[in-house]
Every structure is written in structure tokens, then in C-alpha cells.
Design a binder for this molecule. Structure first.
Ligand code: B12
Ligand code: SF4
Ligand code: SF4
Length: 346
């Protein structure tokens, strides 16, 4: 088994690349992770994310994804904001884009850095595979097991040093590395994240019903947003940070240093009236290189229409009216709803 020296070299290379946290663990998860995942899926809490129900075995067993893997190197990349992530919520004329999506797509940035770090290991003749977000990998349980933090009651990984603002990525390797000690739960009696959730998306601590989560509704959900959630969405037009932002462990977090993730000025507090006017070409241009681009113009403007409906701003009535005759049926329906709401009819 490779020892402390090699781990220290890998950790120092990771720090050079800008990773805020690193830990080492075996390429295996305990059986309760599979049980929790199955519970989540059988309750239908993944909603329309059908891909979550595929390759379940690989998610729960890293060696089912890659049989030769012996170790997992878990990495955390900080995107802690240097501003109050919730400040836009009191400004109904603007749209709130989640902290993570106010500039470049983190997948591209982190994958590049993971590949760089993996080359260092591959140079020793070992096999490596890198993952960030999209692969059938349970990134949070692996990170917890590698000692980066614990899965808080909001279900995300919380670090005592970096709070709730870490992106996760992994290097699977054929190298046998001594595992680090797992982190233990430090939530205690705190319930801040559960109380803060605008849509009561946590049926119990440590459990999320994605179908109720604003992140799911604004990013993953196609078609009309169910009416029961529309007013609670407020002006959150892409993702949601409420449960992360209220976590008391953030008070130790230093602001992330990656400039490509620092909020773009035009995406910090964009006016709803301007966003509503985006046609397909303008949407692509505005969100080129951004994670927002993935949801496409129609789903994005649908979200903007919901926020307009929640703005209580009579000056936005003509904008809602114009959206109500949009060529896309889902945008048009959301625009019509916004118009009715601004006229006090819903
Ligand atoms: C699907 C998904 C979503 C879905 C579902 C979220 C979810 N919690 O499952 C939606 C679209 C809602 C979503 C939203 C967000 N996501 Co997301 N998402 C994922 C993804 C692709 C898979 C997560 C997964 O496996 N879910 C399935 C459930 C069953 O697993 P779980 O969350 O680990 O659930 C565990 C607990 O419930 C626990 N459990 C169950 N019962 C009990 C009982 C007890 C007593 C205990 C102790 C534990 C326990 O066991 C389960 C299994 O480990 C990961 C990337 C990846 N490949 O891992 C990113 C990921 C989790 N997302 C991420 C982010 C940043 C977000 C958002 C903050 C984005 C935003 N600002 O809008 C929000 C946060 C919402 C929230 N509170 O979770 C980051 C989180 C980083 C971190 N520090 O944890 C990840 C890791 C992506 C990345 N590479 O950085 N996401
Ligand atoms: S991201 Fe927002 S909607 Fe989703 S669980 Fe957290 S607070 Fe609730
Ligand atoms: S807000 Fe409180 S309960 Fe939620 S994850 Fe943070 S410490 Fe845990």
C-alpha cells in the first residue's frame, strides 16, 4: 500500500491546482448507502431525473463502475461567495441566479484540474479515472468517508473549514492508498437549513424530496412548474442556495479564489424585465460557457416569468403580457399566470 509520502505529494499538487480539500478512501461504500438511495428512488423523490434510477449498482458500488479501482481520492473546490448569497431575495425586480452559476461552468473547470492531478498518478503507471457530478458516483458519501466533511441535514457535504460551499470531484485509481478517517456529523441540534427551505423539501433531516426542491424545479424540471410551488420560488430563476447559505458552519469559510467562478457583474442581480426579452440567440450569447446554458432559453424564460408573477411590480405587467403570447407554450402559460398574479387574480 502506498504510504504517507505519496499522499502528501498528491495533496500538495492538489493544493497547487486550487483544490481546497482532499481526502483518500477505499473504492467502496457501506450497504446503507444503497438502501438510502433505493428508498429515495422507490418513493419517486428523484422526480423526472430518470437517469438517477439507472446504473444504481454503479452508484452504490464504485467497483461496479470500475472493477480495478482500489482507492478514491475525493476533492473539494471552494466557491464560497464574498457576498450575502440571499441578498437578491429582497429585490423582486431582479432574478436570483444561484451562486454556483454566476459565471463559468464548474464542471469544465474542475474536470480540467482533476485531469491534471490524475496525470501525476498516471505517470507512476497507475490507472486513473476522473469524475465530477455527472457520472453514476455518490460523491457526497465518498467525500464524507474520505474525511472532507459530513452530509448535513440539507443532504449536502458540510466542511468545518469551508462550510457548505464545496464542489466535489473524484479520482478513482488502481493505486492502493491508505484511507483517511471519515468525518463525523456536526449538525447537532441545528435545524436552520430545514427551517429555511421555502418549499419544505426535506421530509426528514438528511432526506430530500427533489420534486419539491427549487433547484430541481428551476433546472431539471421540464414543462410547467406545478402551481403549488410557484409563489415559494420567489425570484429564484436558476437553482437555490437558501439551505446552504444559512448553515452556521459557513462562518469559517474563506471566499473561493477561482476568478472563473466569481460572479459576473451582469449576472449578479439581472433585471427580470431584461431577461424576459432574451430570444434564443441572445440567451446563448449571454450564457455561453455558463451552466445556465444547459437548460435552454425556454425553460429559463419560464422561470423568469414565474419570478415576474411574484414581483408584485405593476411596471412588469406589460412584460408578463408579452410573455403570455410567447411562441413556446410553457413560457406562454407561465407568462399568463404572471399577468393574472400581477392583476391580483391568482
Ligand atoms: C441529483 C442531484 C441533485 C438533485 C437531488 C439532490 C439530492 N440531495 O439528492 C437536485 C437537482 C435537487 C440537486 C440540487 C442541488 N445540488 Co446537486 N447533485 C445531484 C447529484 C447528481 C446526485 C446526488 C445523489 O446521489 N442523490 C441521491 C440521494 C439519495 O443521495 P444523497 O443526497 O447522498 O442522500 C443521502 C442522504 O439522504 C442519506 N440519508 C438518507 N437517510 C438518512 C438518514 C440518516 C439518519 C442519515 C445520517 C443519512 C441519510 O443517505 C443518502 C445516500 O447517501 C450530485 C452529484 C453526484 N454524482 O453525486 C450533485 C450534488 C450533490 N449537487 C450539488 C449542488 C451544489 C447542488 C445545489 C446546491 C445546487 C443549487 N445551488 O441549486 C442543490 C442543493 C439542493 C440540496 N439541498 O441537496 C453538489 C453538492 C456539493 C456538496 N458540498 O455536497 C454535488 C455533489 C455536485 C458536485 N459535484 O459538486 N442536486
Ligand atoms: S435548495 Fe432551496 S428548495 Fe432545495 S432544499 Fe435547499 S432550500 Fe429547499
Ligand atoms: S444548517 Fe445546521 S442542520 Fe443544516 S447542514 Fe448546516 S449545521 Fe447541519
Amino acid at each position: 500500500m502506498a504510504g504517507a509520502d505519496l499522499k502528501a505529494q498528491i495533496a500538495s499538487k492538489a493544493a497547487e491546482l486550487g483544490f481546497a480539500a482532499i481526502g483518500f478512501t477505499r473504492a467502496a461504500l457501506p450497504p446503507e448507502r444503497l438502501a438510502y438511495l433505493q428508498e429515495f428512488l422507490s418513493a419517486g423523490q428523484h422526480g423526472a431525473m430518470g437517469w438517477m434510477a439507472e446504473r444504481v449498482d454503479q452508484r452504490a458500488h464504485p467497483q461496479a463502475l470500475w472493477p480495478e479501482a482500489l482507492s478514491v481520492i475525493s476533492l473539494g473546490f471552494s466557491y464560497a461567495p464574498d457576498y450575502d448569497a440571499l441578498e437578491n431575495l429582497a429585490r423582486p425586480e431582479v432574478g436570483n441566479i444561484s451562486v454556483y452559476a454566476r459565471n463559468r461552468d464548474y464542471h469544465d473547470i474542475i474536470k480540467g484540474k482533476l485531469k491534471h492531478l490524475a496525470q501525476f498518478i498516471a505517470a507512476r503507471g497507475e490507472g486513473v479515472k476522473v469524475f465530477v457530478d455527472t457520472a453514476p458516483v455518490m460523491e457526497k458519501p465518498l467525500a464524507e468517508q474520505a474525511g472532507l466533511g459530513w452530509q448535513g441535514k440539507h443532504t449536502n457535504l458540510v466542511s468545518r473549514v469551508h462550510g457548505s460551499w464545496l464542489f466535489l470531484g473524484e479520482i478513482f485509481t488502481t493505486l492502493a492508498l491508505a484511507p483517511d478517517a471519515p468525518e463525523r456529523d456536526h449538525c447537532g441540534s441545528c435545524t436552520a437549513c430545514q427551517t429555511a427551505c421555502p418549499t419544505q423539501a426535506f421530509p426528514a433531516p438528511y432526506k430530500l424530496d427533489a420534486r419539491r426542491c427549487i433547484s430541481y424545479l428551476t433546472i431539471e424540471h421540464a414543462g410547467p412548474i406545478p402551481e403549488e410551488f410557484r409563489s415559494a420560488i420567489g425570484n429564484r430563476i436558476y437553482g437555490c442556495d437558501d439551505c446552504l447559505a444559512v448553515c452556521p458552519w459557513n462562518k469559517f469559510a474563506q471566499a473561493g479564489r477561482e476568478q472563473k467562478l466569481a460572479a459576473r457583474e451582469d449576472l449578479t442581480a439581472p433585471l427580470l424585465a431584461a431577461l424576459a426579452m432574451l430570444d434564443d440567440a441572445a440567451f446563448r450569447q449571454t450564457f455561453s460557457g455558463s451552466p445556465v446554458k444547459r437548460i435552454g432559453r425556454n425553460r429559463f424564460v419560464r422561470n423568469v416569468a414565474i419570478a415576474i408573477g411574484n414581483s408584485a411590480d405593476p411596471a412588469l405587467r406589460p412584460v408578463a403580457q408579452s410573455l403570455a403570447s410567447d411562441g413556446d407554450a410553457v413560457v406562454a402559460e407561465a407568462g399568463a399566470w404572471a399577468g393574472r398574479r400581477l392583476n391580483g387574480k391568482t
